[in-house]
Design a protein around this ligand. Sequence first.
Ligand code: SF4
Length: 187
Amino acid sequence: MITWQELKDSCYSCRKCGLCGTRNNVVFGVGKENADIMFIGEGPGEQEDLQGEPFVGAAGKLLDDMLSIIDVNRTNCYIANIVKCRPPMNRDPKDEEQDACFPYLQKQIELVNPAIIVCLGRIAAKRLIDPDYRITREHGKWICRNGIWMTAIYHPSALLRDLTKRPETFDDLMDIRQKLREVHAQL
Ligand code: SF4
């Protein structure tokens, strides 16, 4: 199996899609490399691109608050994105960009081997759970695939734009906290 260092080296020098031409930094991912839980967003924004770390802007601050609700922090989970380079003007990553980048995330998931994956927003949910995923209808639902419990919640950026989504997200977070406790109880 590929090592973390080999995967990072490959990703940091990657030119497999057009996003390499406009990035400042590859945003590989951060956190505990054998975490029980992974959070997957769609791609880096402006601050993430400048700093080389996922979720560091206003949405990142909100994500930190959301993690604290479920007794998680950046040192005991793993955070990554579907694409590792920033789409210009924060547009959605194109299918061909996601296709090119997805193998990096697949390797990250293999290496972390988490019990739970939480997709942050519809792009990650469509890629990881179901191409027809409807975040407004299906957020908070669970599936178990290849031994990994998977769910999706609204992306923190969506929660910054629309405060009315926060109560249902709080409920989803409570369910995630419960699932995490169940996983820990089985260890
Ligand atoms: S987005 Fe992914 S595939 Fe595209 S250049 Fe960056 S690392 Fe490579």
